[in-house]
Design a protein around this ligand. Sequence first.
Ligand code: AMP
Ligand code: MG
Length: 360
Amino acid sequence: MNPNASHPKILPATPESIRLASQALRDGKLIGLPTETVYGLAARGDQPESVAKIFAAKQRPSTNPLILHVGDPDAVHSLVAMDSDITRRRFEAASSLWPGPLTLVLPRSTSVLDCVTAGGNTVAVRVPAHLVALQLLREISLPIAAPSANVSNYISPTRPEHVIDGLADSVEWVLDGGICDVGLESTVLSIADPSNPPTILREGVLSATKLESVFGEIVLSAAINNMELTKPPSDAPAASPGLHRRHYSPRTPLRLVRESDHASSANSDLRVLRIRLRGPASSLPGYVDVWSLSADGDPLEIANRLYETLRRADSGQFDQIEIDQMNVEDWSESGNANLIAAISDRLHRASNQDDAPLGR
Ligand code: AMP
Ligand code: MG
């Protein structure tokens, strides 16, 4: 269909291919779907057989629940049970941020499949801000389950080719939506419990300050407020973010090092790559190459380039990767503490050191 595409399953996002993808989804097949956060592995979320294909293709533990994507906030009502005024008010407030990189966790309705919620009594929902995703979701008018389109524990995809790299045999098509604008998974916010403040379960680009201005009330962050996430919240199934320790790892050994470390302590026989978070990509002793995620130290740019850079670093030319840690204290001037926490969390998950601390 697209003679210039790098793979025959990657379709340019024309109305015709969106219809083709939509029909494939209706038929129970899997599609690579661009969103502004990362590419999703999409299946209709109202059919257990289709949802099962996601878990099989990703080799995802069945305890890890899926996010349902819809094209419009109104489409959420049939998926959730909002029997509290507080929850209804919070939902109205939060949905003003849709379409956007925000996933809401709400009490589920009985119509939602157990395999989507991992058996829990809440469901995660989102309206993504990508024109292609929105067109497809509005055309199909079904809830679409779409976790990141990578094999479990590998790096999330931010380009159509990344979906093909891991899941070529599983997807019918990948819609080409270009490079993801955000490049980091959505902020997951629970408003399931009216007796507790809205709580961020997984950090993303959204700041608590922004969320607080929308809600007109305090918003907690499991990571920043040091809330216990190793035990699931009572309203969530067993696998909230934070449970899967090595989550976004490249295959090449990856170590976190201090930003101020300017020489590698690795064995000199090894081909070691250094990835700096900020500043120039000038050469450093002990490294065969030095890359920088953002010359200006812009956290949005760092987030945007992180996964693509990790995938490139993992393409086989290096024996080891060393990447700067993001110490929250060293980045306090950079504005959005939640985004800093999100990047720091993903870096810890990407590291496959045995002694790596769990990402906060
Ligand atoms: P992914 O789409 O691969 O980024 O993964 C979706 C993530 O959303 C899961 O790993 C969970 O951490 C989170 N999630 C989905 N549903 C729920 C839920 N009902 N309660 C809490 N977290 C959820
Ligand atoms: Mg994922």
